[in-house]
Design a protein. Structure first.
Length: 221
């Protein structure tokens, strides 16, 4: 029996789909910002040379990188309340999980970037009398950002796709909304093809925009 497409269901639910797409993109951006700050702090801890500081950070990074993201989402959302940690709603718990997940990967990205800073830059900063915090703020961090920008861009794209896992705890992002529409209308092909197209188009636009930024701020070799 041939399948007959009925795209009117997409037209009727276009607003919901676009709103849920925007929610997923917002979750990814916020998680990237928080994850970048945590990852940068973790990278400095790894490079501090202090075992009591670098050891726990390394253990955290390895634990998160070796654990499925969906399991981490369930642990934070369902597990923390068992320890009387009930300050997060489902959206906040997901952002927390995704931020910690991003931080583990960005820690290694930033650690490599900091280790790749050309030494003459640091020596020149010392020569003009910049204090240690000034060297970090005005010399090391700007160069590190330019070096790591492609990897950070890839992390944003990955985080955006990972927001589909928020459907597991009923956050109304694109996958959850598409599943609801499918359950109510039984238009399987139309709904999932549209959701896939929205993910593809948004990811492509993000990647294109980030490539332009990368060319504009290409690292100095």
């Amino acid at each position: 029996m041939a399948y007959h497409f009925d795209w009117s269901v997409i037209a009727r639910n276009a607003g919901r789909l676009l709103d849920s797409l925007a929610l997923g993109l917002g979750l990814a951006v916020v998680s990237l910002i928080i994850g970048s700050l945590l990852g940068l702090a973790a990278a400095y801890a790894r490079l501090s040379g202090k075992r009591w500081l670098a050891g726990p950070v390394r253990a955290y990074v390895e634990f998160v990188r070796c654990t499925p993201l969906l399991l981490l989402i369930f642990f934070v959302y369902f597990g923390l309340p068992e320890f009387d940690v009930t300050v997060f709603d489902k959206t906040q718990s997901f952002v927390l999980t995704l931020s910690l997940y991003a931080a583990a990967y960005l820690c290694e990205v930033f650690r490599s970037g900091l280790a790749s800073i050309p030494q003459p830059y640091v020596e020149a900063a010392k020569a003009i009398g910049l204090r240690p915090w000034q060297r970090q703020l005005y010399v090391v961090l700007p160069v590190m950002v330019r070096i790591t920008l492609p990897a950070v861009s890839n992390n944003l794209i990955s985080l955006f796709k990972d927001t589909s896992l928020a459907a597991a705890i009923a956050i109304p992002e694109l996958t959850f909304t598409a599943r609801q529409i499918n359950a109510n209308t039984f238009r399987v092909m139309e709904v999932w093809l549209t959701a896939s197209a929205l993910y593809l188009a948004t990811t492509y636009l993000i990647a294109t925009g980030l490539r332009l930024v990368e060319r504009r701020y290409a690292a100095i070799r």
